[in-house]
Write a protein that binds this ligand. Structure first.
Ligand code: T4K
Length: 373
């Protein structure tokens, strides 16, 4: 190990960006006058409208976090039976399906995009299949065209877990416009956050009433409860954080682009593979995943980097289908299995300094040079 290259402070895989303190204070100040803290307050409503405009989507609703938003999306579509999912995601995706009474059927992924492979989907469709729940993993868009064709052919619903994909576009179209409903996470660790938070975007106006009601215990008026809902309301402090962060989002993504470019330039001449975006995609540079040669090498470098105070993460290892809670669900997904063993997410966040990125690359190159199978 080259001790002189170690960082004094830990470099984590991600770090939330906080807005200017006084700006946030100015946004929350009115809450003291209004005494309106949650339940669709004025900041909530402004935030929602600003997001609708920024994301260029027809309809959207806010939630207290992405996970509950996803469960509510599933409930709103009245889904029953089997749902085709990727095992290469954060466990929230699969939990949401199961919590809504669905049976997840794990489908393999594409080795380049790491997203559900449309060529594999049809073999899992049975008379019980109701929907496809696809994830834009790391903000890389799924093959939305192919998924849409399959869904139309088999009369299936499509939900996108777009937790990582805030602001992403395909052919200048907002990623939130595809499928029946898309879910964005505004968790502190995301490109864009409201401390905790979630958003559903959709084209069909008829979802408005049901989504709002499911978010608020299923209440539809002062004397009626039409659905078995939950409490998934975003509060005013979250909305204020989201409003403040929305002001800088374009700059933030530009900074991430520079980090991505620096990683790419420094790793280009190695045999490390990293995510490359197609030319029709406007990325948000949410994560910087790399593929190592195999699981042994991946785990080795993951550990080695800790000695330098660099804390990478193995998102998403193990596969969701390998967790104890899902061991009874049969699944054969060799590509997902291989990617999950080889993947490593390097630090990526808006305020990560370029010289730190260069140093991380130098350390990786030095250490991998000493790796002996
Ligand atoms: N679908 C997908 C595909 C998702 O990835 C997620 C969430 C969801 C659905 C559900 O959306 P939400 O309900 O969360 O809105 C983190 C996040 O907690 C989780 O939101 C995210 N995916 C997942 C990929 O990453 P952990 O268990 O890795 O979090 P944790 O606490 O280990 O933090 C990650 C790193 O960030 C650490 O190095 C510490 C650092 N950190 C974290 C927080 C919270 C900070 O520096 N400051 C902080 O405030 O799940």
């Amino acid at each position: 190990m080259k001790k002189e290259l170690a960082f004094e402070e830990p470099i984590l895989v991600t770090q939330p960006k906080l807005p200017d303190f006084d700006n946030y204070l100015s946004k929350i100040k009115g809450i003291w006058d209004r005494k309106w803290l949650t339940n669709s307050g004025p900041l909530h409503e402004t935030f929602k409208e600003n997001l609708r405009e920024y994301l260029n989507v027809n309809h959207c609703e806010l939630f207290t976090n992405g996970h509950l938003a996803l469960e509510i999306a599933i409930k709103a579509l009245n889904l029953k039976g089997e749902i085709i999912v990727t095992p290469f995601t954060f466990i929230s995706t699969i939990h949401a399906a199961i919590n809504c009474g669905l049976t997840p059927v794990f489908c393999d992924i594409d080795k380049n995009s790491f997203n559900i492979d449309p060529n594999e989907i049809e073999k899992y469709i049975t008379k019980n299949t109701c929907a496809i729940l696809a994830v834009h993993v790391y903000g890389m868009p799924c093959d939305v065209k192919a998924i849409n064709e399959i869904a139309e052919k088999h009369n299936l619903r499509v939900i996108y877990d777009a937790a990582h994909a805030f602001s992403v576009e395909i052919d200048e179209q907002s990623i939130g416009n595809f499928g029946d409903i898309s879910m964005f996470s505004f968790h502190a660790t995301k490109v864009f956050h409201s401390i905790e938070g979630g958003l559903l975007t959709y084209n069909d106006e008829k979802h408005d009433k049901k989504l709002r009601s499911l978010r608020n215990f299923g209440i539809t008026s002062s004397e009626s409860v039409d659905f078995v809902g939950t409490n998934a309301k975003m509060n005013e402090f979250q909305a204020a954080m989201g409003l403040a962060n929305l002001e800088s989002i374009s700059n933030d993504i530009e900074k991430r682009k520079m980090i991505y470019t620096t990683y790419a330039a420094n790793l280009r001449k190695t045999d490390i593979k990293y995510l490359q975006y197609p030319s029709n995609v406007k990325p948000n540079y949410a994560y910087f995943p790399i593929l190592l040669r195999n699981g042994k090498q991946r785990d080795w470098i993951h550990e080695k980097l800790k000695a330098y105070n660099i804390f990478t993460r193995r998102y998403f290892y193990p596969l969701c289908s390998d967790f104890n809670c899902y061991e009874s669900i049969h699944s054969i997904t060799p590509v997902a299995y291989e990617i999950s063993n080889r993947i490593l997410c390097l630090p990526m966040y808006t305020e990560l300094e370029i010289n730190v990125v260069e140093q991380i690359c130098e350390i990786i190159k030095i250490e991998l040079g000493e790796y002996d199978e």
